[in-house]
Design a protein around this ligand. Structure first.
Ligand SMILES: NC(=O)c1ccc[n+]([C@@H]2O[C@H](COP(=O)([O-])OP(=O)(O)OC[C@H]3O[C@@H](n4cnc5c(N)ncnc54)[C@H](OP(=O)(O)O)[C@@H]3O)[C@@H](O)[C@H]2O)c1
Length: 268
């Protein structure tokens, strides 16, 4: 998808953070953006901001990605009003901080519904529209934790490892259809994510975090270049390379790092 101008692009999780900045970057490129998330008011504020900046008026479509009927309705509206999507950015997601043994079952359901089922539902609904057009681009916003382990983030890791499996498999499955796949694995990004996850403020404070605006630009650049995998920060690239090439040493290393962190969080 080298040119995003005039393409219909669906952004899930557009009401804050990365999704918000992705939508702004798309509008600057002349794309026709479908803004989706659960908070309608935030989406309307974003739409107003895009119009004020001279962008094409976006379509505001609130939906919970974990609800199949709402995602079907989102797909139906995009097809009816704008003839279908050419790009889907599966960005909606949330984290959950805590030991798996202590997480409420409801949190497990919410994460699986949003991060995994939501991504599957949106892809299942919009992929046939792209197949009918013979072109399209699926973007999966995963995480470095789609490849690396993290104590106190096991549930989140499980959902993002699954998203990586989905993206890698679709990249193989769709290779002769004209539909491209981009898998994004960000490290820390300054958004509402940590707050929603319930992660303590000081946690990972020594690790570098990127701005959402910068990561969003990197993602759009990767889509324009038809790049399959994007790991926006160096630390993530090093960690993934370490695990792939020296898996045993990496396992010992990660265990040691998280042993220290766990001691700290338990106040020992
Ligand atoms: N921030 C980081 O450090 C980081 C690092 C790696 C990967 N990521 C990934 O980046 C993506 C974007 O997160 P962010 O950092 O921008 O966090 P954020 O600021 O909390 O944004 C999350 C977005 O997802 C939407 N969302 C949550 N649950 C939803 C649901 N059930 N249905 C529809 N929309 C839903 C939220 O909107 P509503 O509440 O209005 O629905 C919001 O727009 C996520 O997939 C996250 O896993 C983030």
């Amino acid at each position: 998808m080298p040119q995003l101008k005039d393409l219909v692009v669906v952004v899930t999780g557009a009401s804050s953070g990365l999704g918000w900045h992705l939508a702004c970057g798309l509008a600057r490129r002349g794309a026709r953006v479908v803004l989706s998330a659960r908070r309608r008011q935030r989406l309307e504020e974003l739409a107003a901001q895009i119009i004020l900046a001279g962008g094409s008026p976006p379509m505001v479509m609130p939906a919970d990605v974990g609800d199949w009927n709402q995602v079907v309705e989102l797909g139906r509206q995009v097809e009816a009003e704008w003839g279908g999507a050419q790009v889907l950015i599966n960005n909606a997601g949330r984290g959950a901080y805590g030991l798996l043994a202590e997480l409420p079952a409801g949190t497990i359901d919410e994460l699986v519904e949003t991060n995994l089922l939501g991504t599957l539902y949106c892809t299942r609904v919009f992929l046939p529209q792209m197949l009918r057009q013979g072109r399209g681009h699926l973007v999966f916003v995963s995480s470095v934790l789609g490849e690396l382990p993290a104590a106190e983030h096991a549930l989140y890791c499980a959902t993002k490892f699954a998203v990586n499996g989905l993206a890698e498999s679709l990249d193989a499955e769709l290779q002769s259809t004209g539909i491209r796949v981009t898998l994004v694995e960000p490290g820390l990004v300054e958004t509402e994510f940590a707050q929603v996850s319930g992660r303590p403020a000081g946690r990972f404070s020594r690790l570098p975090a990127k701005s959402a605006a910068e990561v969003a630009e990197r993602i759009l650049g990767a889509v324009e270049r038809d790049q399959f995998r994007l790991v926006p920060d160096l630390l993530g690239q090093v960690g993934i390379c370490f695990k792939r090439h020296l898996p045993r040493t990496a396992r010992l290393f990660f265990r040691a790092v998280f042993r220290r962190l766990l001691r700290k969080s338990q106040g020992n």
